[in-house]
Write a protein that binds this ligand. Structure first.
Ligand code: ADP
Length: 353
């Protein structure tokens, strides 16, 4: 405010000086140029009316100087010159005001859109929370009746299996299979809604972590004679259980979706970007058609029947949620029969609590 008052005072002073010069040495059209130049000094002021006031003052000063100096020798040319100066001052004033109005309109629109965006973001975050809460409660509560179905079908299996006919036995097998499967799905859903609740960021040696996962998956690795390559993997700041699950899912998918007649090879690499770590998990397995690149990350989406490859369709949606919780993205590059490379980024700035 202090700066604005100073600017107004200085501009006013310069108008008076121009007026005095104009009185003694009539400036003609140049008077308009000088007045406009000083009025330009007010461009940064927030009040729009000030431009009209100063244009009015300029007009009064130009006319006054003319009236004070007017005599028989004053030519029509001099009067027209002053008229042109006044017209120029007003045209420029209107242009300035119009320009400032359109800028403040744009600024107001941007602010309004920003506020709207923040509102949408907030409601989206709330909806997400509600949905996770719902998934948690639903899956938690579904476990109870499912346990009852499982235990009673177990009792039927143990006690009456031999006493019922073939159709009855098949029906019992279906019930057991379905309840096992539903149990796996519900567990997956519960785990999914729990991701992100653990906030403890730790320094993780990913090289060491992969060695541990390799030991955990020892049986599957041995059965399929898998070659697992990894070296020089970095130490990162992240949630340990999440990162472990992320690598474990990707590596076990690499093993599971291998080609029957080819020795599975999985290679894990990492490159350091400015703000992110970019990991890749590449395999030489069955590959994925490009049209499914996004679908596979959606919960419960699978590309194969469970008789072909076991699974629930939850692993990659877990991976995506974990990566997003760590400020990154996950995607896949693949060609059918030529293997797949899953890549993901993790934000480096996750700090230790
Ligand atoms: P699941 O492994 O339980 O089926 P995922 O969410 O881990 O569930 O994977 C979803 C689908 O993506 C899989 O059913 C499979 O069709 C495809 N997929 C995942 N990883 C690979 C891979 N490494 N190679 C080929 N297909 C894959």
């Amino acid at each position: 405010m202090k700066g604005e008052t100073l600017k107004i005072s200085l501009t006013f002073l310069s108008l008076i000086i121009i007026f005095i010069i104009d009185l003694f040495i009539p400036l003609g059209v140049a008077v308009g140029i000088l007045y406009v130049t000083s009025v330009f000094g007010l461009l940064t002021l927030s009040r729009l009316n000030i431009h009209y006031y100063f244009s009015l003052i300029c007009t009064i000063l130009i006319v006054s100087a003319l009236l004070i100096n007017i005599d028989d020798s004053t030519s029509w040319k001099a009067i027209i010159n002053r008229g042109i100066s006044i017209a120029a001052i007003w045209v420029i004033t209107f242009v300035i005001v119009y320009y400032k109005k359109s800028i403040s309109f744009k600024e107001a629109t941007i602010l309004k859109n920003q506020a709207k965006l923040e509102e949408i973001n907030e409601s989206l975050a709330n909806k997400n929370k509600e949905l996770e809460q719902f998934a948690y409660i639903a899956s938690h509560d579904l476990q109870e009746p499912l346990r009852t179905i499982s235990s009673f079908s177990g009792i039927l299996n143990e006690t009456y299996y031999d006493q019922i006919d073939e159709i009855g036995q098949k029906s019992l097998d279906f019930i057991s299979d379905s309840s096992d499967r539903m149990s796996a799905l519900i567990k997956g859903l519960l785990d999914y809604s729990r991701i992100g609740k653990e906030k403890k960021i730790e320094l993780i040696d990913t090289q060491q972590l992969i060695t541990e996962i390799q030991e955990d998956l020892g049986q599957a690795i041995q059965e399929k004679n898998v070659i697992l390559r990894y070296s020089d993997l970095p130490k990162i700041n992240a949630v340990h259980t999440d990162i472990r699950l992320l690598f474990q899912n990707l590596i076990s998918n690499g093993i599971k979706f291998s080609k029957e007649d080819v020795q599975p090879e999985i290679e894990i690499k990492c490159s350091e970007l400015e703000k992110f770590w970019e990991f890749s998990v590449a395999d030489n397995g069955i590959g994925i058609d490009e049209k499914y690149f996004e679908k596979i990350f959606i919960i419960f989406q699978r590309l194969h029947a469970k008789t072909e490859f076991e699974g629930t369709g939850i692993g990659l949606s877990h991976c995506q949620k974990i990566v997003r919780e760590h400020g990154g993205e996950i995607w896949v590059n693949s060609k059918v029969n030529e293997g797949s490379t899953f890549k993901f980024t993790l934000y480096k700035g996750n700090s230790i609590a």
